[in-house]
Design a protein around this ligand. Structure first.
Ligand SMILES: Cc1cc2nc3c(=O)[nH]c(=O)nc-3n(C[C@H](O)[C@H](O)[C@H](O)COP(=O)(O)OP(=O)(O)OC[C@H]3O[C@@H](n4cnc5c(N)ncnc54)[C@H](O)[C@@H]3O)c2cc1C
Length: 316
């Protein structure tokens, strides 16, 4: 047992657990992460990952968390080896559907991020952070280690027992919280991704028009992500061959250059769906929750970490 009353135990080593731990370490706390999977084997490692408030709530809180994250990622994009860059995303979607975050961010950021074109297709460009997950997750882990964080492989079975061990615990267990907290609001959202070799001159595109399948193209340093699917309630991790063909077809319809490309690798990730993120302290205990980030865990990661830091500071 490594517990020490001065050490905060963080459950989970995905983007939420690592970001939260880094913020706590930067605030002068000691942190031990306990996780049954670590990068590159978490759901976070499988993500897109573009900054986009997608399948996530509650809207009023998401706005401020997403803005904090946007600014932090923009700063990281100026540093080497973080895997973060600022990109122009061509967003095909109903502007009305995105207005809840677009307008707010356009007003608050010194440089407007969206240039809305009023054509029939409702296309617009938005300047957003993009995270190359293999590089970024490694960067987060390295930063955590450098700041003195400790990592233990361990499956946690009972958060209350862990709280007794550590004193303060932050639960960042993603979909694992469904069992750990018996949280019936949690649900899986299956996403399938096709990786191809890098293709020169391809733009970042996310096509989420109503009544169509979610389709996206995100070029990365060593490959290019073609997506995707978003199947609520589906948890099987099996790659579906028909879906692979369908993703390739939809992407080549958006960018004809992608016709006849061959998959390098195809995989499935299960998003931790919840109608609203659970970010709170339990009433009587120093047990905090930060999970249920659905399809936008990267988009709100630094904002949620900041909120946990504020709650912990308030307690001391
Ligand atoms: C295909 C796909 C595409 C996506 N695209 C984007 C995107 O473009 N932009 C974006 O912002 N987001 C995107 N997401 C969503 C994003 O990946 C998630 O919201 C985010 O990864 C959730 O992070 P997390 O750290 O909360 O959970 P996870 O990454 O799942 O990490 C959970 C951690 O908890 C640990 N754990 C769970 N239970 C236990 C237990 N009992 N004991 C010990 N450890 C435990 C796990 O081992 C793991 O370390 C995408 C997701 C998928 C699947």
């Amino acid at each position: 047992m490594d517990s020490n009353p001065a050490t905060i135990g963080v459950v989970g080593c995905g983007v939420s657990g690592l970001t939260t731990s880094i913020r706590l370490l930067q605030g002068g706390k000691k942190v031990t992460i306990l996780a049954k999977e670590i990068p590159p084997f978490t759901t976070s490692d499988k993500a897109g990952a573009i900054w986009l408030p997608y399948k996530i709530g509650p809207r009023n809180k998401v706005l401020s968390w997403a803005l904090i994250t946007y600014r932090k990622l923009e700063r990281l994009s100026k540093k080497k080896k973080t895997g973060v860059s600022m990109v122009h995303l061509l967003r095909k979607g109903n502007v009305d559907q995105d207005n809840w975050w677009l307008e707010d961010l356009n007003n608050k950021l010194s440089r407007p991020i969206a240039d809305v074109q009023n054509d029939a297709e409702s296309e617009y460009q938005v300047r957003v952070p993009f995270v190359d997950t293999p590089i970024y997750m490694h960067y987060l882990l390295k930063t955590f280690n450098k700041l003195g964080g400790k990592l233990i492989y361990r499956k946690v079975r009972n958060l209350y027992k862990l709280q007794k061990e550590y004193g303060t615990v932050v639960n960042c267990s993603g979909l694992g919280a469904r069992k750990l907290c018996k949280d019936t609001k949690m649900y899986p959202i299956k996403g399938q991704i096709v990786l191809i070799n890098p293709v020169a001159g391809v733009d970042y595109i996310a096509d989420d028009r109503p009544n169509r399948e979610l389709t996206y193209i995100f070029p990365r340093s060593k490959d290019c992500i073609l997506g995707g699917t978003s199947e609520d309630g589906v948890e099987d991790q099996q790659v579906d061959e028909k879906t692979t063909r369908d993703i390739l077809m939809r992407c080549s319809q958006l960018v004809p250059q992608l016709e006849n490309v061959k998959p390098l690798r195809v995989y499935v990730g299960i998003r931790p769906g919840r109608p609203e993120i659970r970010l709170e302290k339990e009433a009587e205990l120093p047990l905090f929750h930060n999970y249920g980030h659905g399809g936008a865990g990267f988009t709100v990661s630094w904002g949620c970490a900041e909120e946990i830091w504020k709650l912990i500071k308030k307690m001391n």
